[in-house]
Design a protein around this ligand. Structure first.
Ligand SMILES: [Cu+2]
Length: 198
């Protein structure tokens, strides 16, 4: 009994160390890419106004995407929280540019839309040799498209960047502080299926 208890404590302490280490590493990665991230924030200032984004062909996909935190074997793990409303620009193609994401994400706040994050979506192609990365962060995936807004057969990698605040970290897929409540088109999505790939 005594042994079980101390083993349990050792586990908790180890877990704490791992968590702290991961947080520090993410912090260090953010630090190393600080100037690139600042540049990205600057290039996005104009998109605080979603109408400017629309004029630049970032088009609203209407639904405010959020997740329950439910875990499903073989599917992506999305902590409970929202992403928000994705504005997708299909004219942004080619290698991922750290200052030019192909998705802008807005949170509905009252009658306004507030820019909260950006996302890079990279399709898995026959000649994909490695997992894409930006800011020292490996993209998540490959995974199926996010139904119902993106068809299942759009297998892709993605990386979110929360530019202003996310308690789960700057590159987490969801944000518990973002909400779709009160918005006319909330969309509870199931976690996307993971696919094989580099
Ligand atoms: Cu997203």
């Amino acid at each position: 009994m005594r042994f079980a208890k101390s083993a349990c404590w050792a586990f908790v302490v180890a877990l704490g160390l791992v968590a702290t280490d991961a947080a520090l590493r993410i912090g260090a990665a953010e630090e190393a890419y600080r100037s690139q991230i600042d540049l990205l924030r600057k290039s996005l200032e104009k998109y605080q106004d979603y109408k400017v984004a629309v004029r630049d062909l970032y088009l609203s996909t209407v639904g405010c995407v959020h997740y329950s935190g439910e875990k499903m074997a073989g599917h992506m793990e999305y902590p409970k929280g929202a992403m928000g409303v994705h504005f997708v620009n299909v004219t942004v193609r080619g290698a991922s540019d750290p200052t030019k994401p192909n998705v802008l994400i807005y949170e509905p706040v009252g009658k306004e839309l507030k820019l909260v994050a950006v996302e890079w979506l990279v399709p898995l192609a026959a000649d994909t040799k490695e997992r894409p990365s930006l800011f020292g962060q490996s993209f998540m995936g490959p995974m199926e498209g996010h139904e119902p807004l993106i068809p299942k057969d759009y297998v892709h990698y993605d990386l979110h960047a929360w530019l202003f605040n996310n308690p789960l970290g700057m590159f987490a897929p969801t944000n518990p502080d973002v909400s779709c409540a009160g918005y006319d088109f909330p969309l509870l999505e199931m976690p996307t299926k993971m696919m094989a790939g580099p």
